[in-house]
Write a protein that binds this ligand. Sequence first.
Ligand code: ACO
Length: 331
Amino acid sequence: MSLIENIKSAAKGKYKTIVLPEGEAERTLRAADIIIQEGIAKLILVGDRETISINAKQFGLNNIDKAEIYDANTDPRNCELVDLLYELRHAKGLSKAGAREFCKNPLYIGPLLIKLGYADGEVAGAENSTGNVLRPAFQIVKTAPNSTVVSGAFIMVLKDKNFGQDGLMVFADCAVNPNPNAKQLAEIAVASARTAKAIAKLEPKVAMLSFSTKGSGSHDDVNKVVEATKIARTMAPEIQIDGELQADAAIVEAIGKSKAPGSYIAGKANVLVFPTLDAGNISYKLVQRLAGAEAIGPVLQGMAAPINDLSRGCSINDIVNLVAITANQVK
Ligand code: ACO
């Protein structure tokens, strides 16, 4: 079975409740129909009940009536959501009237349903920007205990099976933090190793990437990666991690041996941690386009409950797959 088939099969076993805030949209509805039919997750669709029903009929979808619908105009839980949002955000200046307004916004409704225990996770972003999906998630669900930063990892399925573990690698952070400091980078490394193990079933070998290998270059940016490597080792001594390494030293055995002799990661890395969002985001897109790799994600890590953000260019299949991944992330 392929990785994604394994992930779907595990999701079926867990059968968690995932909220889809973009419940009226065509791609979301078509994905929901498949998810329900295959038994991957229970779904809550956020949107106008009548619009959802009309759209489902128009697209010829027969399973949508099995999803729960949260219609902000009529749902009796609306007051509960408003009260919770006000309680969480009034110290930040949110008024009760402001909370009522936000509780009409599906991207706020999703995280509030999770926080209140009605849902286990959320997938959104087919119709909305990353920032608009993440902001309410950060404000309401917040980070997991012992975590201060949320980041986004991609599981890269490479055509060349000589790289990573049988062609599987994890890249991070490719989605959230423009310029993490050393402590944040260390957290991203540890979280990425755990995502690699839990979702991609890898035995993580983490490379902290830089433009320098073991002191070949000197710059504050190199020092940040060296410091992050030290912090990550202290945070999670059980994880195999090394840095700073250039990308070729991290993934090509011969170059790893010559540039970083004695490193147990150089040449064998399957988790690549990038020093900035520029580096991570650009790299995953280049590997996807130039090397024909499949990029699964971003899988958000470090959040108290799983919320994942789709690309606006996503396919129906991408939505189905991300719902399955999200269900697997539920603790
Ligand atoms: N982890 C945890 N919490 C965070 C994080 C983080 N990485 N970043 C912000 N927060 C929290 C803040 O603590 C704050 O909480 P508070 O209001 O309770 O104090 C809240 O989120 C809002 O913080 P701001 O600093 O005001 O965040 P802002 O809204 O400006 O930005 C955002 C957050 C939207 C995620 C921003 O970092 C961003 O735009 N990142 C880049 C996203 C992006 O464009 N990615 C590339 C595309 S994705 C792709 O290609 C796959």
